[in-house]
Ligand binder design. Structure first.
Ligand SMILES: [Zn+2]
Length: 102
């Protein structure tokens, strides 16, 4: 996701520069304005990509500390309740055949 933003930013700068060069032959003023706006847009995308990178890193740190990933759970075939994969039987009804959740 964050890489997409930076890539899109770079690509949009490249396209803008090329388009501005082509348009230069026909209308230099519009080419300059369009080129400038496109360049700013691409630069903003690049900056946003960098910011998202930082936010993602912060979130990754926070979630890894606060919420360790829960273990896999299975649904009991008979009563439908969820229990941990480590348990061989359903703690609710004692059924020992169970189905993996999708
Ligand atoms: Zn059960």
């Amino acid at each position: 996701m964050r890489i997409i933003f930076k890539t899109v930013g770079i690509i949009s700068i490249c396209i803008t520069v090329i388009a501005a060069l082509i348009a230069m032959f026909q209308n230099p003023v519009i080419a300059l304005i369009g080129g400038f706006l496109g360049f700013v847009n691409g630069a903003l995308m690049f900056v946003v990509g960098g910011l998202m990178e930082r936010v993602n890193d912060l979130e990754a740190n926070m979630t890894s500390v606060q919420r360790p990933s829960p273990g896999r759970r299975m649904a009991c075939e008979r009563c439908g309740k969820l229990y941990g994969v480590g348990q061989s039987k359903c703690p609710y009804c004692g059924n020992d055949t169970s189905v993996d959740l999708p």
